[in-house]
Design a protein around this ligand. Structure first.
Ligand code: FES
Length: 696
């Protein structure tokens, strides 16, 4: 450490540190603009000038190395005058007042430039129009030529998409030949925006600071379990498949099942989608999960036995996830499952062509391998019985297995089936007697599963009746597309009103709908059209219009008007001591990943209740040193999403073979390489700003 004096204060500096860095670290602010802690300094703006004993002139502190015994002054009358003049020069070419809340505005405020030179700003007008690019606005008239964006792009990211064009007064920051950024090698990491101090480069969509992560890193912010998606995608791109898998396993015990059947909300918000197509996150997860070497097992530390016992009622994703983490915390865990096999909706409702049974079995066997006991065919009717058996805490994760009724006359006919019951019957190999023309009522993912399963189970023709239009269907677009490919027909703006017997068939009277004003869900409300009733003949009608929980009355738990168990949102704790509840039983029907997160939350709260710390996450892969170099790749922006191979439609009838196939390695590598690396922007250091706004 070197010792120097800055403004009369003894300051220590590390080897290689500049005077500016030593001062900032010691809490002494020196105005600066072209300096940024993550970028090599160039001493261009000269705002950071200082006086140093024995040194002629006023050197820039951002490029002057600290030396032992240096005596530095940062705030003399001469320096203050100089800085005001520098800012006057900067603003003489700036269109109007500085961009609000920009570093430039704060520095100008601190230096006191506004008071001294009230007429320094030239009026806006006649200035070049700002250019709209994907994600950003380039407003070159506000550029102060500090060069931070160029140095970040060229020296740190090494993409070199932008540079200093022209010389002297004509100098601007731009792309070669004035090309749009996407054609100039830009990879839209947006580091340039992050380091721009003047507002010349700014986000097209503004956001509040509290929403920063959600806006800039939407994929992992959207993932209910908070899986570090950018990290594992990058690790795949680097060929580090086991590391990638372990990053996923740090948050969930079902990487394979998710790789096959996650609803991938992360893809809906992926920023790459705004360029051409979102990252294929689910398929990449499957790619690494299928290459699991089991290395992570050697890193899995199970805490010593605590002597406490936890019961989990229900073996769906919520229950099994809670069981996994509770066991890792050292508790003895027993899972009670009413059906003959564990897995909950993953086993009974998701068709095998989306989630093969051996895949699920494999992951559940890992949960049993660490000592979780699963009792199948064990319906629990009373929680008292569990406490009597010596369990200290109970997690209720019984799902939402009861299909909602349509509430129309005739739906009690035995040929009108409940969608969830139908899927379960097919899943467990029970007879379903599906034949002829089948009508499926509903527009969600369950309706698509039912329709496609019916086609595979003997139906001659399947028509989905949905009361809105395709645009409002809650089902995933790809599920609807696949249903269409497989031959499922759709009758939109159609709602059953009555079902009557017509010989051996059913006659379904349907009312025509039209779309009215948006309802609470944000979708336009279906409104009946008078006199527009139609009749559709069918052999079977299968309803898939929603599910509700069916918690046994013997549990004596409070439920709401939708039969959902009432539990604390943060801890999953119920009013009854020692009882926790989560998953579909509390939320109503939700996705696998949402259920997994509910299980994680419950495990943490239950561990605390049982005397533990509540910390459930494990680190499998040590954090890497921050890098930031992404290199230039021609054609990066236009690179298409790698198509996911599929079983040909002609081979799908009459079987439940997996429809989506896995990526080949070359496709996975290519796909992982499409990531915009949005996370890098969040790792950029904050530029040093005046300690608080207001004049010095
Ligand atoms: Fe040091 Fe610009 S010259 S911050």
């Amino acid at each position: 450490m070197m010792k120097l004096t800055i403004d009369g204060k003894a300051v220590e500096a590390r080897a290689g540190e500049t005077v500016l860095e030593a001062a900032l670290r010691a809490g002494i602010y020196i105005p600066n603009l072209c300096y940024h802690p993550d970028i090599p300094p160039i001493g261009a703006c000269r705002l950071c000038v200082v006086e140093i004993d024995g040194v002629r002139g006023v050197p820039a502190s951002c490029t002057t190395l600290a030396r032992d015994g240096m005596v530095v002054r940062t705030d003399t009358g001469r320096l203050r005058e100089l800085r005001k003049n520098i800012l006057w020069l900067i603003f003489s070419g700036y269109p109007g007042a500085p961009e609000r809340a920009s570093q430039l505005e704060k520095v100008a405020d601190w230096v006191g430039a506004k008071d001294l030179l009230p007429g320094f700003v030239r009026k806006a007008g006649g200035t070049p129009a700002a250019v709209e690019e994907p994600f950003i606005i380039r407003d070159l008239d506000k550029c102060i030529l500090c060069g931070r964006c160029v140095r970040m792009c060229r020296d740190v990211r090494k993409t070199g998409a932008i540079g200093l064009i022209n010389r002297g007064v004509k100098a601007v920051i731009g792309t070669g030949g004035g090309k749009p950024l996407k054609d100039a090698g830009c990879k839209f990491c947006l580091a340039c925006v992050e380091v721009c101090p003047s507002g010349a480069l700014r986000d097209r969509t503004g956001f509040e600071e509290k929403d920063r992560e959600k806006e800039l890193l939407p994929c992992s912010s959207t993932c209910p379990a908070g899986i570090d998606i950018p990290r594992y995608v990058r690790l795949i791109a680097e060929g580090r498949y086991q590391d990638a898998l372990e990053v996923i396993r740090e948050k969930v015990p079902f990487p394979l099942a998710l790789g096959y059947a996650c609803n991938h909300a992360c893809e809906e918000v992926c920023r790459r989608g705004r360029l051409n197509a979102p990252m294929s996150v689910k398929a990449l997860k499957r790619f690494v999960a299928e290459r699991d070497s089991g290395r992570w097992r050697s890193k899995l530390a199970i805490a010593p036995d605590t002597g406490r016992k936890a019961a989990v009622v229900g073996s769906g994703p919520a229950g099994l996830t809670a069981a996994w983490y509770l066991r890792l915390a050292g508790h003895a865990v027993t899972v009670f499952e009413a059906l003959s096999e564990p897995g909950g909706m993953m086993r009974s409702a998701i068709p095998a062509y989306r989630l093969p049974r051996n895949i699920l079995k494999k992951e559940i066997s890992e949960i049993e391998r660490i000592g979780v006991r699963i009792e199948t065919g064990a319906r629990v009717e009373s929680l008292d019985g569990l406490f009597d058996k010596g369990f200290d805490a109970v997690f209720v994760a019984t799902g939402a297995p009861a299909g909602s009724k349509m509430g129309v006359p005739g739906e009690d006919d035995p040929r009108v089936l409940d969608g969830i019951n139908f899927l379960q019957a097919v899943s467990f190999g029970h007879k379903t007697d599906i034949r002829g023309e089948v009508l499926v009522v509903g527009g969600g993912n369950v309706a698509m599963d039912v329709a496609r399963t019916a086609l595979r189970s003997g139906a001659g023709k399947v028509t989905v009746l949905y009361r809105r239009t395709r645009g409002e269907m809650p089902a995933l677009r790809e599920e609807v597309d696949e249903a269409v490919k497989e031959g499922v027909k759709f009758s939109f703006l159609t709602a059953p009103e009555r079902i009557v017997q017509a010989g051996k068939k059913l006659n379904v009277e349907c009312v025509r709908m039209e779309l009215g004003e948006p309802d609470a869900s944000g979708r336009r409300r279906p409104v009946p059209v008078k006199g527009g009733n139609t009749f559709i003949k069918a052999d079977r009608v299968i309803t898939a219009i929603g599910q509700v929980p069916a918690v046994p009355a013997g549990f004596a738990l409070a439920t709401d008007n939708k039969s959902r168990v009432v539990a604390d949102a943060a801890t999953t704790a119920c009013a009854r001591k020692g009882v926790f509840a989560g998953g579909d039983a509390v939320s109503g029907p939700a996705s696998i990943i949402e259920a997994i997160q509910a299980g994680r939350k419950a495990a943490s709260a239950m561990d605390r209740y049982l005397g533990g710390t509540g910390v459930i996450d494990r680190e499998f892969v040590a954090p890497e040193a921050a890098g930031g170099c992404i290199m230039r790749e021609e054609g990066f922006c236009g690179r298409e999403r790698a198509a996911i191979p599929e079983l040909p439609v002609s081979k799908r009838r009459g079987n439940f073979d997996m429809v989506e196939c896995a990526y080949q390695e070359k496709d996975a590598l290519r796909e992982a390489g499409r990531c915009l690396r949005c996370e890098l922007r969040l790792k950029i250091s904050k530029a040093p700003e005046p300690p608080s706004s207001g004049k010095k």
